[in-house]
Structure formats: C-alpha cells, structure tokens
Design a protein around this ligand. Sequence first.
Ligand code: SF4
Length: 59
Amino acid sequence: MQIKDKKVLNCSECEFKKMFDYGNRIYYCDNEDRGDDIGKLGVGELPDRSPEWCPLRGQ
Ligand code: SF4
C-alpha cells in the first residue's frame, strides 16, 4: 500500500462526506466515483484518513 501521495485526504475536511443522524451518527462518502458500493465511512466518528476506495486518492 502506498500512501506517498500528499492528496490522501482526511474525510472530515472533504466536501463529499455526508452525515446522517439516526440515533448514531453515520458517515458516508457521497462521491459518485467512490469505489465502494455503500460508501460507509464510519459510525460515530470518521476514520483518520480516507479509505482505500476513496476516489480522490492519487489525483
Ligand atoms: S472517501 Fe474520499 S471522497 Fe469520500 S468523503 Fe472521504 S475523502 Fe472525500
């Protein structure tokens, strides 16, 4: 796994993240090019870094 690219993003600073509050805060990625069907990022908190399937990685 290569994480040399400085553009590996933090989802918390990304315009594509969405949060739904169904009792728990559920975070999703709303980028249509996401490499994951569901795009779930986390429950209660966001990951430190964008996931492997982040479409903005390596751009
Ligand atoms: S996975 Fe990538 S595109 Fe999606 S919210 Fe996180 S940083 Fe943004």
